[in-house]
Design a protein around this ligand. Structure first.
Ligand code: NOJ
Length: 762
């Protein structure tokens, strides 16, 4: 046995070590070289070893400590030693990863290294803003760099695979996971998906500071009915193709190495067992070469959905449908061998899945050096270093959105002001880390109070007013919101009376959004609205700083409070970023990527909706048009909206021609002028409407944008090119095509555009 093992190991060393260069965008010869290595290795594998590669376990135990001894988990350690585990998640730290990797490499027959996954969603220990916030920067370079820094830090701690980016389009702010995505628009969402994949994976996946990315959740998860997590998804083919799928397709174009399927059923079929999604579209039409991991336990949940009879059938359905790796359902490892032997699953499907998984391991360079991510000296050196802090501060500032600024209350003067900071989030170091906070330590964010105190010219006090939560909320348990303790309100009101400015820091706790955190209300939670109104009665000079993981319905604040700053959950450098914006050291440039409703009853609300047959008030006292009798149709803040300390004017729209043909694109140009007193950045946006088509098209669709920086009084000529490809959509003919017809083009600083033109597409 030992001699056999020695021969095998020698063979592997000789064959595999020559495969030293693994780059993300590989040329044909490199990829065929890897393919040969994979084939040779697979030639040595037994069926159960192959199935082992398709099995992923949560590594909740310390391998040197007690081994789990209950239920399915009891077999984990044994499986690991037998080569029946291909991947683990949640094993963290260079030393810990080395321990499990050592078992896989040194104790199993073939010594195939594990791929180690973790949810590096907006950072590992040093956190960037939550992804929804980052998307509001519209700054693809900053977003890419933030993912790059997250990869560097995570890779130094042994991780070589992140379960990110989440590219689910979301239109329903009740859904807690909107914080994890890039908002409601498929075009912007696609560009951000590419930027994040590029950031994580870099140009050379085999380097010890790049990691494999994972586009998730395939597909439709963001369309959960009523915004309730894990709920049913029923959408038309047109919505699926035109809205939901584009960011996934973009991730494939960016060479994303893995996909994760989803918990939900899509039009009756669980995503995990969905052949149409995984085989026909992803691996078929799009030619995706990486592998698909199921979401946690989602294979087993096919039984609960009422789709599979039992675990065995679920395993069969999942593998047939194209799920390559089982995350924590224990079903592949239990049933696949029998299913193959009984002739119920074709061995070719197993081979295909294993080939995909091994290919990614080769590309990561794990066969060259399985411990390349396990260098504890590098971990110490990289974790929380200056470069990472600078990057997360940079993107945090850019993510802030100025929602209102009456009478130029902001920016604040740096000297001579008496300021009261109020509200439970004003000195909170825990909440701004947001949900999905990786390994960030509790209370490791810079609080707003700390950020403001770096500016020493003003006097600043802090009053909590009301507590937001009980205890120190965490990822797995329900966050308890204070709804009874009002004792601090009187004190806060007294302190607010004679202040020049009151900065109210209110919003959601970091653990009020994220997985399993759906809400039926979008108001300020707990007693915060009461506090806001009480303080407003004695001092109207209020700057409201919001910290939240989803759009909120803040109509009262919008009517009454002069300045509102959307600061989201900005991560580790939160307080520094907000302070720089409040004091004008950074002129806000963020724009919303999800519509803010006036009222939760308007949800789902999104800018790229269809027109209906009765979109406007017909006059008289008719009620027979598409509206609410108790609320306007308009959002509070539309997609693309965001102010600056300066102002911008759009004028002189020109189209180079009004006729778009195969050979003749249109150039749309206009003049943008900074009409205010500050230098500032503006995201100029291009929208198009297809006026009639084989399927009714949205009233507006984002088709381009450019971020421009202008000095006061400076003007710039801006232009966008429109070509036929830009007008493509998944039509009634069930294919992507550009239909001839009439189109409208719009330009502006938000989806409420200010310039309009027409053209015809021949
Ligand atoms: C479940 C979540 O839906 C998914 O996004 C995540 O990656 C896995 N759990 C692993 O933590």
């Amino acid at each position: 046995m030992n001699t056999l093992k020695n021969i095998l190991v020698l063979f592997l060393i000789v064959v595999l070590a020559s495969c030293s260069k693994n780059i993300s965008k590989m040329d044909a010869s490199e990829s065929s070289m890897i393919s040969k290595k994979v084939d040779s290795l697979m030639g040595l594998m037994t069926l159960s070893e192959k199935i082992g590669q398709m099995n992923q376990y949560n590594g909740f135990w310390d391998v040197t400590g007690p081994v789990p001894n209950e239920g399915d988990a009891a077999n984990k350690y044994d499986h690991l030693k037998k080569g029946l585990v291909g991947s683990m998640l949640n094993v963290l730290g260079a030393d810990e990863v080395r321990k499990v990797q050592k078992i896989a490499v040194e104790e199993t027959r073939l010594g195939i290294p594990l791929i180690i996954g973790f949810d590096v969603i907006h950072g590992y220990k040093t956190l960037s803003p939550i992804p929804l916030a980052e998307s509001a920067s519209w700054d693809l370079e900053a977003i890419e760099n933030s993912a790059k820094m997250a990869a560097e830090e995570a890779a130094s701690a042994g991780i070589n695979w992140t379960f990110a980016p989440m590219v689910d389009i979301s239109r329903d702010a009740r859904w807690g996971r909107v914080m994890e995505g890039a908002g409601e628009d498929p075009y912007l969402g696609s560009l951000i998906a590419k930027a994040r994949v590029k950031g994580f994976q870099g140009n050379n996946l085999s380097l010890p500071y790049t990691i494999a990315a994972c586009a998730k959740h395939f597909a439709g998860y963001g369309f959960a009915e009523a915004g309730r997590d894990y709920n049913t998804v029923d959408v038309s083919i047109s919505t699926l193709y035109n809205t939901i799928l584009p960011p996934f397709k973009a991730a494939v174009e960016a060479d994303v190495k893995t996909f994760m399927n989803a918990f939900n059923i899509l039009n009756g079929v669980p995503a995990t067992g969905n052949r149409f999604l995984q085989r026909d579209i992803l691996k078929g039409a799009w030619g995706f070469k990486g592998f698909v991991v199921s979401d946690w336990g989602s294979m087993g949940e096919m039984v609960t959905h009422g789709y599979a009879k039992d675990g065995e059938e679920a395993a069969k359905m999942a593998v047939n449908a194209g799920s390559d790796m089982d995350m924590e359902s224990y079903l592949y490892v239990k049933y696949l061998e029998k299913l193959v032997n009984d002739g119920l699953v074709d061995i070719a499907l197993i081979d295909d899945a294993v080939k995909r998984i091994l290919t990614v391991k080769f590309e990561l360079g794990l066969f060259d050096d399985p411990y390349k991510y396990c260098n504890s000296a590098r971990e110490k050196e990289i974790t929380g270093n200056k470069k990472i802090h600078e990057a997360v501060l940079d993107v945090a500032k850019k993510s802030i959105v100025l929602l209102k600024n009456e009478n130029q209350l902001l920016p604040l003067k740096k000297e001579g002001l008496n300021i009261a900071v109020m509200g439970p989030l004003g000195n909170d170091k825990h909440s701004p880390l947001g949900s999905w906070r990786g390994e960030a330590a509790d209370n490791s964010a810079v609080s707003l109070m700390e950020g403001l105190q770096l500016y020493t010219g003003n006097s600043i006090t802090h009053q909590m007013g009301v507590k937001l939560t009980e205890g120190l909320p965490n990822f797995t348990t329900e966050t308890i919101i204070n709804t009874t303790d009002r004792t601090g309100i009187t004190e806060a009101v007294a302190a607010a009376k004679n202040k020049d400015v009151v900065i109210m820091v209110l919003g959601e706790h970091g653990f009020q959004s994220g997985e399993g955190r759906s809400r039926t209300s979008l108001s300020l939670p707990g007693l915060q609205q009461e506090l806001l109104e009480a303080v407003y009665k004695v001092n109207k000079n209020i700057v409201l700083v919001l910290m939240n993981g989803r759009p909120l319905a803040i109509e009262w604040a919008d009517k009454n409070i002069p300045a509102i700053v959307e600061a989201w959950h900005l991560g580790t450098e939160s307080g520094n970023a907000i302070a720089q914006v409040l004091y004008g050291d950074y002129n806000p440039s963020g724009k919303l990527t999800m519509t803010f409703p006036r009222n939760i009853g308007q949800v789902p609300i999104y800018y790229n909706h269809k027109n209906t047959g009765r979109p406007t008030y017909p006059g008289g006292n008719s009620v027979f048009w598409s509206h609410y009798i108790d609320e306007s149709n308009d959002p509070l803040y539309e997609f693309g909206y965001g102010l600056s300390y300066t102002t911008f004017k759009y004028e002189n729209l020109k189209l180079s021609t009004n006729s778009l043909t195969e050979n003749n694109d249109i150039e749309v140009s206009f003049t943008l002028t900074n009409t205010g007193n500050f230098e500032g950045k503006e995201v100029a946006q291009l929208y198009i409407r297809d006026l009639y088509a084989s399927l009714a098209r949205p009233v507006k669709e984002l088709k381009g944008f450019e971020m421009l920086s202008l000095k006061p009084n400076e003007s710039k000529q801006v232009s966008f090119r429109i070509d036929r490809k830009m007008l493509e959509f998944y039509s009634a003919n069930e294919k992507w095509e550009t239909e001839p017809g009439d189109f409208k083009v719009f330009i502006g600083g938000s989806s409420k555009t200010v310039l309009e033109g027409y053209f015809e597409c021949k």
